[in-house]
Design a protein around this ligand. Structure first.
Ligand code: PLP
Length: 293
């Protein structure tokens, strides 16, 4: 990734949103060495893709940010401030690129100066997608080690929150590379398909486009939601329901969806080739890029 713009947010002041935002140099420091985001991964974030200066699905990203804040007992984000931060960052990013992303972060704050959350918005050029076509991926299934009902039995594990603690997700991606793949679909220990380390799964099974429900402890995917809206608009049948691993293996197409990548076709699962539907993938990515906000 190439950092291009950076805004610091004052999350304590109740001044107008515009007065709580400071644009700084993209490589300037915004954190102290005692910030809990760095020392504990204790905070939340969102990454919004920006096409021609327009932050896409900003409303759903802000909704999810608020949901994550509530799950971590963080202060409720001031929506108009975060919206302004992302919109300004997106406009600044447009000076550099027609396709970028804004990552916005709220940390619990500085361990040495409690009770003041830290916030920033970083505009960057992602390296996950070049051009309009999302790269095809080889995927391995990895056991996440939790049952399908972990979100209900053990909410303190924060499954389904977008926290800064992504070390496990990154370790899973390294394991995929060791196995000759580039990506992962997590499964529950009792055999249900979950999500990728940074993506939502869509599978086409018996003619239906299916994604697993978020009550399995999954992040509600903004890209998957908009892909389903497009598919429904084209008269396709979409469904949110549990997918057993055996059903995924017999799917006639599978995609991983995320903001920066769009809809990426899965080319193989645990070394077994899967059919890829390039025309549909391209059509979906075009529909996603055409979103207005
Ligand atoms: N699931 C996880 C665990 C993620 O980290 C992400 C995005 O990074 C997604 C799903 C996809 O979410 P979105 O499409 O809103 O980017």
């Amino acid at each position: 990734m190439l950092p291009l713009t950076l805004h610091r947010l004052d999350l304590v002041s109740d001044a107008d949103a515009s007065d709580c935002l400071t644009r700084v140099e993209p490589r300037d420091g915004v954190l102290t060495a005692t910030d809990l985001s760095a020392t504990r991964g204790d905070g939340i974030f969102e990454t919004v893709v920006v096409v021609d200066g327009i932050p896409q699905a900003l409303g759903p990203h802000l909704d999810r940010f608020e949901r994550s804040a509530a799950m971590l007992d963080l202060p409720a984000p001031r929506r108009e401030l975060w919206m302004r931060a992302v919109t300004e960052a997106a406009a600044a990013l447009h000076e550099h690129t027609s396709r970028g992303a804004v990552k916005f972060v709220m940390s619990r704050g500085d361990e040495a100066a409690p009770a003041a959350p830290t916030g920033w918005a970083l505009g960057f050029a992602p390296d996950s997608r070049t051009g309009t076509r999302a790269p095809e991926v080889d995927v391995v299934l990895l056991d996440r080690g939790y049952r399908h009902d972990v979100a209900q039995t053990s909410p303190w594990l924060l499954q389904g929150a977008k926290t800064l603690s992504y070390a496990v997700n990154m370790a899973a991606l390294r394991e995929a590379r060791r196995r000759g793949a580039q990506d992962v679909i997590f499964t529950s220990i009792d055999g249900f398909v979950l999500e990728g380390p940074n993506s939502t799964v869509i599978a086409r099974i018996d003619g239906d486009y299916v994604t697993p429900p978020t009550d399995l402890g999954l992040l509600p995917g903004t890209t998957q939601a908009d892909a389903f809206t497009a598919l429904e608009g084209w008269g396709e049948s979409v469904a949110t329901r549990r997918i057993e691993v055996a059903d995924l293996r017999r799917a006639d197409a599978v995609w991983l969806c995320s903001s920066t990548r769009g809809v990426a076709p899965v080319r193989s699962l645990d070394g077994t080739a899967l059919a890829v539907d390039i025309p549909l993938s391209d059509r979906l990515n075009d529909a996603l890029d055409a979103r207005k906000a």
